[in-house]
Design a protein around this ligand. Sequence first.
Ligand code: BES
Ligand code: MN
Ligand code: ZN
Length: 514
Amino acid sequence: MTHFSFTSQAGQTDHASDIVIVPVYDKRAPGVATMIAPAQMGAAIQHAMTTDLHFQGKTGQTLTVPAPAGSNFKKMILVGMGATKGMDSLRAETIGGKIYTAVAATGMTSLTILANDFSGANAHMAADLAHGFVLKSYTFDKYKSQAPQAPDYTIRIALPNPTPAREKFAQLAPVAAGAFLARDLANEPPNVLTPKTMAERVRVAMEPLGLNPEIIHEAGLKALGAGAFVAVGQGSSPDKRPMMVVLRYNGTGNDTSRPLALVGKGLTFDTGGLSLKTNMSNMKFDMGGAAAVIGAMAALAGRKAPVDVVAVLGLARNDIGPDANCVDDIVTAMNGKTIDVQNTDAEGRLVLADCLTYVQRRFNPHTVIDLATLTGACKAALGSTMCGVFSNDETLSKRIRASGAKVSERGWPMPLGPEFSAAIRGTYSDLVNIGNGGPGASTAAAFLQEFIEGKTKWAHLDIAGVANGVFGHPTMPDKIGTGFGVRLLNQLIMDHFEKKPKAPKTEAAPAPKA
Ligand code: BES
Ligand code: MN
Ligand code: ZN
């Protein structure tokens, strides 16, 4: 566990630690360099800055040098803060992530961060910096027999007024915990994480937060008429059968207004089914959508967000076997639409179809947001820095992208439209589960849209490119499960869905008499 303390800056360099982190701005403003003791520190900083031609003080740049003899430190890491103007939470978080990367390379574990410049209205941003460090420090080594023990970092952050940062950091802790929960689930191998064990992990994680997951097993799904969902899991062995998990978070007290709904694709492994994949490496991450929804629910409950959210997770495996669903099978979804399964590897949309119908009919949400590692096509289009954002509501789409950008979980708008809907019309049935030639990310989204009812606002985030295999991200671990979506959803909810306590009514001025 990493331990942070936010302390006032008096005597900030008096405490010994392995490393001192020295912020340097773009324009090489002196910053703390001239203010810290002992005096040779300032000279050493100036020396490092003038002899290293590469180090410009650009946001997140780092330079590790020996600390001067006689100081309380072994190493000094200069960290670029960017321009002196315009510091914000995102930049602070990014810098925190970069500090982690530089610190991890030293093998040392105790540090002092001289955060003098986080003062006044910016004081709280020292918490964002710490949050960035935490997010980037995630590791998953539990299956290494010679487990490299993840080091315990002790971090002192010195700044003029530590109180706002301390308070904000406490609010951010549940968000980091939610992201870590999502990553932990995503990284588990499929022999450990099955629909059943995943549902159990959800229970263990959520119960302490006061949430009791409801599980609808296969028989229940059949009774509900979830023929599309059930078809996907019917080739799995008895202990890996499909199930739906429902989570309800009521953060507004007895508010009875309509909730926000989150839906997650939770394929604990996707072989492709009879339409077998040729390369199925990393298909354990096909539950990334569900993991993100779980992590977001944990974050909301952890920070007691004033919002009502229901979550539905579609958990299944897409397996082969004598009972596996077959190409040319025609199945009936919960909303009565019939679907010709032309490719068993387009299974996510079958699972989501019934989850979408279920969540709308049971909870009457005003807005539904689904997250899914749905298509390789989306990954091909957008790579691994952005998810695809499909929506029937322009405002919702914009909000998702704006809130995501604030936390480095970016989205890019992708189209729905009649041409994509036309591509999934069936010859023998209402729908086919693959588009006839159309662009795969949009035809998949158009398929989901068939299950959106009435005026429900809906957005679909295709996270196939970002759930894993990301490199060089400021706050996500390289290569492994990212937990993408947890922070986007949390930020979106904070920005737009929380019921702020009503401001006390002010007495209206009496209307002037005519
Ligand atoms: N889980 C995959 C999508 C995926 C691909 C995620 C690569 C991450 C990386 C999904 O179930 C799938 O197989 N989609 C098919 C759809 C096709 C058969 C229409 C795809 O993208 O190839
Ligand atoms: Mn598939
Ligand atoms: Zn899949």
